[in-house]
Write a new protein. Sequence first.
Length: 327
Amino acid sequence: MRNYPSYLKAFDAGTLAQRSKEAFALLESCVLCPRRCRVNRLKGEKGFCRTGGYARVCSYMPHHGEEPPISGTRGSGAIFFSQCTMACAYCQNYEFSQERSGREVQEDELAGFMVELQEMGCHNINLVSPTHIMPQILKSLVIAAGNGLQIPLVYNTGGYELPEIVALLDGIVDIYLPDMRYGRNAPAERYSQAPQYPYYNQKAVKLMHQQVGVADIGDDGIIKRGLVIRHLVLPQGLSGTETVMRFVASELTTQTYISLMSQYTPYYHAPQIQELSRRVSLEEYEDAQKIRDSYGLNNGWVQESFGLERFAGVHIKPSLSKDKEKQ
């Protein structure tokens, strides 16, 4: 069946429950991301992401600001998780990615969010910054699948991933939406505190491609399965666009869908960092487009200059007063 999500097959086969147990065991000495903090999160110990045994959720909602095949006409069912495996100096979602806005939820409640978003008519469940609470997500997914969840999962990640953790998601996630944020180590470490980001990012994205392939977008314009890569153009070439596009074209396929984003804005600590303290110029963004085009990467989306998007508002910062967050 074309629209039967992979996790339902895994649920029926018992694989989903088994993967959930395997993932939860990793929390005893946490190695969910390249930092490998090895703290016992099941006993409340916290590493870089400052997250214990439960997922922390900022908000959940039908989100209309993702790429067109993801948001569609009814919205993507976005669940915004608090905390992150990275610490981007310019993060526009810093209130919950770094300053812990939100609250802890148990797995049955998180499963309820998923089912509720499906009942709202969302095309998919969009897990925003899921890496550090992947075991909790899988446990919740077991519950949600048993309660009738049947729309695809979008694994919406900053891309700082361990390949062996991505391997646990094989046969569960249908849609991967990773950032390829940096092509060089130095900017990744300086601006996102993410050592060896390109190394881990490229290995993980290659594995994602092997699992789900090129984006399969149906006649209705909605993605059913596949990989979509986001690349945020930073000022002064700090994102390493040339390296990223070369990797995609040579190691994946030129048919890969790429969302080339011009929306960079100096949020959070960026105004105090000279090279990050301004928007991307028209020339810088056009140069990034030329690089993409030179590698034959013609599938995907671009944004109008100076953040006037052809699709509006990727990663819009949610307003807690209007979201479905329960107090």
